[in-house]
Design a protein around this ligand. Structure first.
Ligand code: PGA
Length: 255
């Protein structure tokens, strides 16, 4: 941990991969190596599919530094929302974290800033920890709109934070052009974007914004993880593809 830095978080987003048996196998392989010591001071969060949350949470039950989260949920306590899943149901399976604003949900499933804001506030209010994802597309970056996009996404999502919820908020900066493409943001790009997000969070939340972890995501691999983790304002990593394999994810957790 950098002096004065936040406790790093390394998160695995398993997306729509793995049957229950496969998820349990990967989780068990991770569990064997993730003693308190190898996970270091780092916190690990695993986001499996809904159908695998109970199995993965079972494997890590009682682990001091590994938590399980939901990739999605509907922001209502319960009701006539066919096909949707509530946070109470997910909590019951062992999830304590929730992802909001992931670029695949924004760009493929059509989630708007307004819905992302509602989900973020709702999950925090329900006592979940939330990893809010933000990030620009290549077209937006090339049009010089990086700052504009990051401020729009961050300001709208954090506009109505419930009281006493800041300690449960993390932000993941994930440039859309780097997700699943093998094109990781270079250190300069990551530094610049993370500094912009930190400045935004400080503007919106005051000094308390210093303690909000900002993770980098987008083609994180065992060979670039250490470099990214050393950058200022990079308080962790959100890993997709390279988290599906236990060995590569462990290398990233221990990078
Ligand atoms: P990737 O995905 O690591 O496969 O680029 C990251 C993410 O979508 O969170």
């Amino acid at each position: 941990m950098k002096e004065g830095g936040l406790r790093k978080i390394v998160a695995a987003n398993w997306k729509m991969y793995k049957t229950r048996g496969e998820a349990e196998k990967t989780a068990s392989e991770l569990r064997v190596s993730m003693t308190e010591e190898t996970a270091g001071g780092r916190r690990v969060v695993i986001f499996p599919s809904f159908t695998n949350i109970a199995a993965v949470a079972g494997v890590f039950a009682g682990h001091p530094s590994v938590s399980v989260g939901a990739q999605n949920f509907y922001p209502a306590v319960e009701g006539a929302f066919t096909g949707e899943t509530s946070l109470n149901m997910l909590r019951d399976l062992g999830a304590t974290w929730a992802l909001t604003g992931h670029s695949e949900r924004r760009h493929i499933l059509g989630e708007t800033d307004e819905l992302v804001a509602r989900k973020t506030a709702f999950a925090l209010q329900e006592g979940f920890s939330v990893m809010l994802c933000i990030g620009e597309t290549l077209a937006q970056r090339e049009a010089g709109e990086l700052d504009k996009v990051l401020s729009r996404q961050t300001e709208s999502a954090l506009a109505a934070l419930p009281p006493d919820s800041l300690g449960r908020l993390a932000i993941a900066y994930e440039p859309v052009w780097a997700i699943g493409t093998g094109k990781v943001a270079g250190p300069t790009e990551a530094l610049e974007a993370h500094a912009a997000v930190r400045a935004l969070v400080l503007k919106l939340l005051g000094d308390a914004g210093r303690s909000v972890p900002i993770l980098y995501g987008g083609s994180v691999k065992p060979d670039n993880a250490a470099t990214l983790l050393e950058l200022d304002n990079v308080d962790g990593l959100l890993v997709g593809g390279a988290s599906l394999n236990s060995q590569s994810f462990l290398q990233i957790v221990n990078a």
